[in-house]
Write a protein that binds this ligand. Structure first.
Ligand code: TEU
Length: 637
C-alpha cells in the first residue's frame, strides 16, 4: 500500500517542504542523544513510586460515536452517542480492564470541531445529555471502582461562548482583552484588510489563522478554525476563569483532565511572520506553530495552574503537547518535581508519517519506530519523568492500518502485536475506543464526502480548488485522506452484529457511517470468540491484566532495548526492581524473521499473538518469528 503512495509522492512536492523547526527529531538531533542501552530505575528516583494514576488503564471515549442510549437522536434525527450510553457500557469497560474513562468534550458546543469548541464549560451539550447525567456517570464509575477524566479545552473557546460574544461586541467591552485582537497589517487600495501576520490555520492550512471582524475592524487569532478563537492567557482574569472551571468539575468528583493543546496557551508576543515552508504559490499562509508551541510564558501558567488548582486535589493530568521534542522542555512539565502535569502526550510516534503538515505523507521505517519508543522509555526512567503510552486517539488514523497490515489475513495479528507492545511499555496506558477490537481505517472506496471532520472537509475543499486540473494530485489527496483522516478514529463503535452495530436504534441513521465490516468485527463476537488463539479483544484483556499483575515490571520497571540494529524486529527487556525480567519480541514485518535471543535462557514464552496460551518456541539461540508475530518471554534471573 505504501509503495503505491511513494510512486505518487514526487508529483506532490509542496507538502514535502520542511519546516525550519521540525516537529520530529531529525537525524541530526538524534545523533546528539546520549547512547542509551539499559535504563534501570535507580533508588534516587521516584519513577517507581506507586501512584494510582501511573498504574491505571485509561480508555478514551469519542462520545458521539461510542453508544447512543435507546431513543437517542440529535437535532437532525441521527444517532449520536450520549452520556447515558457511556454509563450503560461501564461493565463492558470494567471487564476489559479499564480504570479511568476519559471522554472527549461533551460540554455545550456548536460542534464545529466536534466539541473542541466549547460554548459553556459548566454545562453539558443537550445532544450528550445533562450535568445530572454526568453526575450519574461519576457515581456509577465509583460503584465499579472506576473514575471519569474530562477533556479540558482552554487554549480556545467556541466563537459562540458568551465570553467571546462579549469580547467581539465592542473594542471597549471589558472582555475585549480576553481574546487576542490585532489591527490589520495593512489594507490594499480597495480597503481590503490583510491579517496581522502570515500564520495558517491548523485545521485548514490554506486559510489564515486570523479572522476579521467587520464590526470592530480588527482580527482575532483563531489558530485552529475561525470558530475557535484563542483565549488571551496573558490576562489574569482569563486564567482565574480557567481555574474556576477546573475546580467546578474536580469538586464534582472527576479524576482529572486531559488538557487539549495545553502547550499552545502562550504566544510569542511580537507575533512574527512564519518562515515559508509550504509552496507560496499554493499556500499564502504558513505554519506558525513555532511561535505558539511551548511559548515564553507557558511554564509560568502551568505553575500557576498547579498552585491554584491541582495542588489542592489528587488528580490525574495529561497534557496534549504537539510539536515539542526537546527532552529538557518536556521534563520541565512531567519531571517528578516539576509541579506542572503528571504526563503529556508526546507526538513522536503518531507523527512518524508527518512531514510539516499532518495531511501529507512521509516515509518511515521500523528502526525509526523502535528508536522513538526506546528513546522516551529511557528518558523518563533516567530523568524521573513519566510516560503516557498510546498510539491511537481521535485525531489519528487507526493503528492497525498505520503501523501494521490491515488486510484480512494480518489484521488480527497486527492489532495484537501493537497491543503486546503497549501493554509491556512503561508509563500510563491509554486504550482508544475500538482499538481493542482492531477497527481499521475506512477503505479507499469511501467517497471523501463520507468524512465529516472539519480538517478533512477543509483539506478536500483545498485539494479540489488548488488541484482541480491535476487528477494525479487529486488522487493523492484521496489517498492521504484514506491514510491520515481523523475520521478513521471516529466511526461508530462496533458493538455487535445487531442493526447499526448496536451503536444506535435500528430505525435511526448513525451520524457517521459505520465501518462496513461490523457484522463480523465487533466487540460481542470477539468477547465470546473461541479458537486456537485469542481474539484481539481477549488479547487486550489478557495484556491489561498481566500488566497489572506485574506492574513492577511493565508499569514501573527498567527498560533495555536489545538487538537494536535489527531492521524489522523490536526487542526489549523489562526488569523490576527485584530483578524479575521479561523479554518482548515484536516482528514488525509481514515476513518470517530470524532473531538471536540475546539474553540467557528464556524460561517460557508466556504469550504470543498466534496462540491462546504459552507458545512453543526456541528458548535460546535463534528464534523464528512468523509474520507480525509478537511474543513475551519470562527470562531467568
Ligand atoms: O488537537 C490538537 C492537534 O494539534 C492535533 O492533534 C490536531 O488534530 C492535528 O494537528 C490536526 O492536524 C486537539 C484536539 O485533540 C483536536 O481534536 C482538536 O481539533 C484541536 O485540539 C483543537 O481543539
Amino acid at each position: 500500500m505504501l509503495n503505491s503512495v511513494r510512486r505518487l509522492l514526487p508529483a506532490f512536492k509542496p507538502l514535502l517542504f520542511r519546516t525550519s523547526l521540525s516537529l520530529h527529531s531529525t537525524t541530526a538531533q538524534r545523533s546528539l542523544l546520549r547512547p542509551r542501552s539499559y535504563s534501570p530505575v535507580t533508588n534516587m528516583s521516584t519513577y517507581n513510586t506507586p501512584k494510582w494514576w501511573k498504574e491505571s488503564v485509561i480508555y478514551q471515549i469519542y462520545p458521539s460515536s461510542f453508544q447512543a442510549h435507546p431513543g437517542a437522536k440529535n437535532e437532525q434525527g441521527v444517532g449520536w452517542g450520549t452520556v447515558k450510553g457511556i454509563t450503560s457500557r461501564l461493565d463492558y469497560l470494567k471487564s476489559l480492564g479499564v480504570d479511568i474513562v476519559w471522554t472527549s468534550p461533551i460540554y455545550k458546543s456548536p460542534q464545529a470541531d466536534m466539541g473542541y469548541d466549547i460554548a459553556d464549560y459548566k454545562d453539558i451539550d443537550p445532544i450528550y445529555g445533562s450535568v445530572a447525567d454526568v453526575e450519574e456517570l461519576i457515581a456509577e464509575c465509583k460503584k465499579r471502582d472506576m473514575r471519569l477524566m474530562m477533556d479540558l479545552v482552554v487554549n480556545h473557546t467556541s466563537n459562540m461562548h458568551q465570553w467571546f460574544l462579549d469580547s467581539r461586541s465592542s473594542k471597549s467591552n471589558p472582555k475585549r482583552d480576553w481574546y487576542i485582537w490585532k489591527d490589520p497589517k495593512s489594507r490594499n487600495e480597495a480597503g481590503t484588510p490583510e491579517p496581522p501576520n502570515n500564520w495558517a490555520q491548523i485545521l485548514g492550512e490554506a486559510n489564515s489563522a486570523w479572522t476579521y471582524d467587520t464590526e470592530t475592524g480588527q482580527y482575532y487569532l483563531s489558530v485552529f478554525t475561525p470558530d475557535q478563537p484563542d483565549l488571551n492567557w496573558e490576562n489574569p482574569e482569563v486564567r482565574e476563569a480557567v481555574w474556576d472551571v477546573m475546580s467546578f468539575w474536580l469538586d464534582k468528583g472527576v479524576a482529572g483532565f486531559r488538557m487539549d493543546v495545553i502547550n499552545m496557551i502562550s504566544k510569542v508576543p511580537t507575533y512574527p511572520e512564519a518562515p515559508i515552508v509550504l509552496d507560496p504559490a499554493t499556500h499564502k499562509y504558513q505554519p506558525g506553530t513555532q511561535f505558539f508551541v511551548n511559548g515564553p510564558k507557558m511554564h509560568d501558567y502551568m505553575h500557576e495552574m498547579y498552585e491554584k488548582v491541582l495542588s489542592k486535589y489528587d488528580t490525574i493530568t495529561v497534557g496534549e503537547m504537539p510539536g515539542v521534542d526537546s527532552e529538557d522542555e518536556i521534563l520541565r512539565t512531567v519531571g517528578a518535581n516539576a509541579k506542572e502535569l503528571n504526563m503529556i502526550f508526546i507526538f513522536a510516534l503518531v507523527d512518524i508519517d508527518k512531514p510539516n503538515v499532518r495531511m501529507a505523507l512521509k516515509d518511515w521505517d521500523v528502526k525509526e519506530l523502535k528508536s522513538i519508543v526506546s528513546r522516551w522509555q529511557n528518558v523518563m526512567i533516567e530523568r524521573d519523568g513519566w510516560n503516557s503510552v498510546f498510539i491511537e486517539n481521535h485525531d489519528n488514523p487507526r493503528s492497525v492500518s498505520r503501523y501494521t497490515d490491515d488486510s484480512d489475513e494480518w489484521r488480527d495479528k497486527g492489532a495484537k502485536l501493537l497491543s503486546l507492545m503497549q501493554t509491556t511499555l512503561g508509563g500510563t496506558i491509554f486504550v482508544y475506543q475500538g482499538e481493542e477490537i482492531g477497527i481499521k481505517n475506512a477503505p479507499m472506496e469511501w467517497d471523501p464526502r463520507e468524512y465529516k471532520d472539519i480538517e478533512t472537509v477543509n483539506y478536500w475543499n483545498k485539494c479540489q480548488t488548488i488541484y482541480k486540473d491535476d487528477p494525479e494530485k487529486l488522487k493523492l489527496g484521496r489517498k492521504i485522506i484514506q491514510m491520515k483522516a481523523r475520521d478513521h478514529a471516529r466511526t461508530p463503535m462496533q458493538w455487535s452484529s445487531s442493526p447499526n452495530a448496536g451503536f444506535c436504534d435500528a430505525d435511526t441513521e448513525p451520524w457517521m457511517r459505520i465501518m462496513d465490516d461490523w457484522k463480523t468485527v465487533n466487540a460481542e463476537a470477539q468477547m465470546k470468540y473461541e479458537g486456537d488463539e485469542l481474539s484481539t479483544w481477549q488479547f487486550w484483556q489478557r495484556g491489561l491484566k498481566d500488566r497489572k499483575e506485574h506492574a513492577d515490571v511493565f508499569v514501573y520497571g527498567g527498560f533495555e532495548e536489545v538487538n537494536k540494529d535489527d531492521e524489522n524486529v523490536f526487542g526489549y527487556v523489562r526488569t523490576s526492581k527485584e530483578g524479575e525480567k521479561w523479554l518482548v519480541v515484536l516482528n514488525f514485518s509481514g515476513k518470517e524473521q530470524k532473531w538471536m535471543i540475546p539474553t540467557k535462557e528464556v524460561e517460557y514464552w508466556a504469550c504470543s499473538n498466534y496462540t491462546k496460551g504459552r507458545a512453543d518456541k526456541a528458548k535460546s539461540g535463534e528464534l523464528v518469528l512468523k509474520p507480525w508475530e509478537g511474543v513475551l518471554g519470562k527470562v531467568s534471573g
